[in-house]
Design a protein around this ligand. Structure first.
Ligand code: CP
Ligand code: NVA
Length: 310
């Protein structure tokens, strides 16, 4: 049964869910992933349709949502700006009204957060943020699950963010506040994350470092992202100069905890934000991290459409 309007939840930013909902989702992810690995059929979303709207490029988000929805028994419709009326200026509000009469859940990758919020405000069905300029909550959900799989609880741990104050940094900040870990943030001057703008009120959940090496000191997880995110390509040359010292290398990993993990949401540029030695080295869990996008999103779609199971 579809959730009624009062029960309907969207996942537009990480803080849309509470810590106890994350505890539930992460446990459901573990169960759903184990079933998948054991080739056990699990199809609770038969006859449900996921609509995916891509206004920016994607590999992982598209494949993980599409494969995940089919595995759950549902089906998928994919639109891009170029092949839909969105590219011919149909208002996002009208698009939301129409798609949400035909589909049961919508995933959107777009530019401004305000655009997905406008869509959600006019949608009859749950809307999931598949990346905006401001946030990438599905990725951080996968990253947290991956950390827990490898190292246990993330509460009280230190995560080092080295690089751009972008959608990933903002979402890590929200996750630190919701899940109770500490984020060390080091970005070049001029590319700082703004915790208040990211909706983070607890100033105790993060610390800002001028030097990336200092941010990594003692960290349980070191993570980074591209110097130039999608939509900012015009700044590419000036960013290449500004970010040159924000490359995660073996020296940075050496000052982190001896068993520190390395993560990157991908796609990566070896020799820019991370060296090949680190991303292809023994502390890197980037392939588990990518795979886990699918498992966490299956749990997320199950939760948004069916509520708690059992
Ligand atoms: N990490 C991530 O969202 O990858 P894609 O851009 O390939 O979807
Ligand atoms: N920050 C990057 C993440 C890509 C998955 C971007 O927005 O392009």
């Amino acid at each position: 049964m579809k959730p009624g309007p009062s029960l309907m939840k969207h996942f537009l930013q990480f803080k849309d869910l509470r810590a106890e909902e994350y505890a539930y989702l992460l446990e459901r992810t573990r169960i759903i992933k184990t079933r998948f690995k054991n080739y056990e059929r699990y199809t609770p979303l038969v006859d449900r349709t996921l609509a995916m709207i891509f206004e920016k490029a994607s590999t992982r988000t598209r494949v993980s949502f599409e494969a995940g929805m089919y595995q759950l028994g549902g089906s998928v419709v994919t639109l891009t700006t170029g092949d839909s009326q969105l590219g011919r200026s149909e208002p996002v509000e009208d698009t939301a009204r129409v798609i949400s009469r035909m589909c049961d859940v919508v995933m959107i990758r777009t530019y401004e957060q305000a655009r997905i919020e406008r869509f959600a405000a006019h949608s009859r069905v749950p809307v999931i943020n598949g990346l905006t300029n401001e946030y990438h909550p599905c990725q951080i959900l996968a990253d947290v699950f991956t950390f827990i799989e490898h190292r246990g609880s993330i509460a009280g741990k230190v995560v080092a963010w080295v690089g751009d104050g972008n959608n990933m940094a903002n979402t890590w900040l929200q996750a630190a506040e919701v899940l109770g870990f500490r984020l060390h943030v080091s970005t070049p001057e001029g590319y700082r994350a703004d915790p208040a703008a990211a909706g983070v009120r607890d100033t105790g959940c993060f610390e800002v470092f001028d030097h990336p090496l200092e941010a990594c000191r003692g960290a349980h997880l070191v993570t980074t992202d591209v110097w130039t995110s999608m939509g900012y390509e015009a700044e590419n040359e000036e960013r290449r100069k500004a970010f040159v010292d924000w490359c995660v290398d073996e020296e940075m990993m050496a000052v982190a905890q001896p068993d520190a993990l390395f993560m990157h949401c991908l796609p990566a540029h070896r020799g820019e934000e991370v060296t090949a030695e680190v991303i292809d080295g023994p502390q890197s869990v980037v392939w588990d991290e990518a795979e886990n996008r699918m498992h966490v999103q299956k749990a997320l779609m199950e939760y948004l459409l069916l509520g708690r199971i059992g």
